[in-house]
Unconditional design. Sequence first.
Lengths: 205, 205
Amino acid sequence: MPRVSAEHLTARRDQIIDAAIVRFAANGFQATGMADVIAESGLSAGAVYRYFTSKDDLIRAIVDRVLGRAVAGFDRWLAEQDDPDPAEAVATAVDLVADVAGRAPVDPTRVAVQAWAEALRNPAVYDVVQGAYGTIRSYLREAAVRAQAAGRLPRDADPHELSAAMLSLVLGFLLQRLLLGDVPAPDYGAAVRVLLAGPPPATAS
Amino acid sequence: MPRVSAEHLTARRDQIIDAAIVRFAANGFQATGMADVIAESGLSAGAVYRYFTSKDDLIRAIVDRVLGRAVAGFDRWLAEQDDPDPAEAVATAVDLVADVAGRAPVDPTRVAVQAWAEALRNPAVYDVVQGAYGTIRSYLREAAVRAQAAGRLPRDADPHELSAAMLSLVLGFLLQRLLLGDVPAPDYGAAVRVLLAGPPPATAS
């Protein structure tokens, strides 16, 4: 029964990724070894190494999984828009971060911050992280290009640079949520909408 | 000569902080011990421990120094503004990050990312980081309040939430500069100005 076998393989793989998220989030990458992940997973060393041969492999799998969910959600939203509003694009991405952060077994956005730190000293992780955020930014760039075509942003602005500023609003939410924790996603999204709407119409004083 | 002695003490302290920045940036917090910092500083263990008794102390000193420079620069800018523009406030903070990043002996923004990761597993560092970003955000909040008073932002928006979005634009620049490195500060500042200006005036189609 190859179908059942494939499901079994996927479940095992997910079980190991979950264990890695728990340990990396709790202790960081440097202080976590394959032995810790194996212990957390409840599987044998041989079973774990059949799927992942190194911590770098695990990091790549975590990033792929978390990124895959967020990107799929954003892609669905973008496909539904006739003329995407930049503030709505950011607010949608922020909601996706808040949604991902609520996933079991442990908030994977904590692992994202560990991955940023590890990327600055580990070229293999740097490549994974650079690829992941390059991908997210390309979706935001697409939203910016379409907003420009719809007259929602000036057509002579550089969409790549615009997407960098939009990505900042998403990553900054992820980070402040973990470090300061005092602005819920809906309130943050409201502030982004206000900030990106430009100055209000002048009133008689 | 107490004045010379105070200068000597400050120079010694700075020498140790520089050494800690080099080692933390290169290897992260977890893989760096006091012995590494002592070796890098060229001072004796006794001399170093006279100033700093733990890695947490060193992290606090690094954050205080880097934050002190950036906050002083922002405060000078804010004092000169009659009606601060939110986009200019962000662009000014971004320029300060780019300026701090160019400081010897090693880009201290790399240590900021290590501090974020460490804060998620070390309560002492969490307190330092939370205090530091709370301080930066209070300056951005002041800029938002004054922009609201000048009619540059709606008066009914929450300035605290606005400051969170503004801080994201600064932290996101810091992070993307390190991980993607493809949008220089002036271009990023230009994109922030465009994004925060709101939709362009409609033209006849």
